[in-house]
Design a binder for this molecule. Structure first.
Ligand code: PMP
Length: 331
């Protein structure tokens, strides 16, 4: 019999797929790892499962317990899904600006939602990080995921994403490229690949305006400027502890426009329906491929699917209002 014992066993082992059209005429190969094949719809399933199982093994989370996280994105879906499958209560703290469909999805998994003012600063006790921390302190047998600080986030990628890429490429991967939110993916996967072969190049795709690229180049955390791509880069003046700068060789900066055009092209030209950060990462991967030669194999992450972005990235009207001229150019 070939049957999984729970939905959680279907996390990971995502497909690696070569890109054929959007890369243009280059000698190198670009392949994408399709993380939307995970049951919660993104790469965050791996990190959350790793953080929850580490807490269980350490005796910090026991049956009947509660998992708490401050998030509005994929981590929330992953927490809600893992908690449902394991029988825990999930509490997701998010800002009152988060879209109704996201809240409905979290509730569908049975998660409880605590909404806090979207304009609260980090110092404000109502800020979503502070609220999540307070809730976790007040509740016995609870785990505050704290994905930017929790070392079991990159550890999950070190144990799964890295080895899968190494095996799927038969050890032939020469560059690995992704963006960083918490830094868990690039740090954990990058460290694993470098341990197999120190010559594997680890490249960060960063939105123009994020603090990471400048930090890698100068060691300084300079003020960021606003950008539209969601879930990639860092727009606050801080580098999360899970971003291991020493595993990253270089950064490539990508504009909103470049990211959005590539995401839309991936759907139309490759049949790969992805989110904003994936457009950003693949744009950078294609730039990188132009510098490389035959025999080079670039692996890029496709973080999540496009369905969460229908009213933004895939809405001509939304795009036209924010980036005039883009939609016409894209057709
Ligand atoms: N979710 C999505 C949709 C993302 O694009 C990214 C960035 N690649 C992340 C999450 C963040 O990954 P990490 O926190 O591991 O850096």
């Amino acid at each position: 019999m070939n049957m999984n014992h729970s939905i959680l066993e279907t996390i990971g082992q995502t497909p690696l797929v070569r890109l054929n059209r959007v890369v243009g005429d280059v000698a190198a190969t670009v392949a994408v790892k399709l993380e939307y094949f995970n049951p919660g719809g993104s790469l965050k399933d791996r990190a959350v499962l790793s953080m929850v199982e580490a807490a269980e093994q350490a005796g910090k989370l026991r049956p009947g317990g509660t998992i708490i996280e401050a998030t509005s994105g994929n981590t929330g879906y992953a927490v809600a899904m893992v908690a449902a499958a394991k029988g825990y209560r999930a509490v997701i703290v998010c800002s009152d600006k988060v879209a109704a469909e996201k809240i409905d999805t979290l509730r569908a998994f049975g998660a409880e939602i605590v909404r806090v003012p979207g304009d609260a600063t980090r110092e404000d006790p109502e800020h979503y990080f502070n609220t999540a921390h307070r809730l976790a302190e007040a509740e016995e047998n609870s785990l505050y995921i704290s994905q930017s600080y929790n070392p079991d986030n990159p550890a999950g990628h070190f144990r799964t994403t890295g080895p899968e890429i190494w095996q799927q490429t038969g050890g032939k991967v020469t560059s690995f490229i992704t963006s960083a939110g918490t830094g868990g993916t690039i740090s954990g996967t990058g460290r694993y690949l470098k341990e197999q072969n120190p010559a594997v190049e680890i490249v960060l795709a960063d939105p123009v305006g994020s603090v990471y690229a400048g930090f890698l180049e100068t060691g300084e955390v300079a003020p960021s400027q606003p950008y539209l791509v969601e879930a990639a880069g860092q727009d606050e003046l801080y580098i999360p502890p899970n971003f291991a700068a020493d595993t990253v060789d270089r950064a490539l900066r990508v504009t909103d426009e470049e990211a959005f055009v590539m995401a839309r092209r991936l759907a139309r030209e490759e049949g790969i329906f992805c989110g904003m950060s994936s457009g950003l990462i693949v744009h950078a991967a294609v730039q990188l491929a132009r510098e490389k030669s035959a025999g080079d194999l670039i692996v890029a992450i496709v973080c999540d699917s496009g369905d969460k972005y229908l009213s933004r990235l895939y809405s001509d009207r939304w795009l036209r209002e924010r980036l005039p001229g883009l939609v016409g150019a894209d057709r």
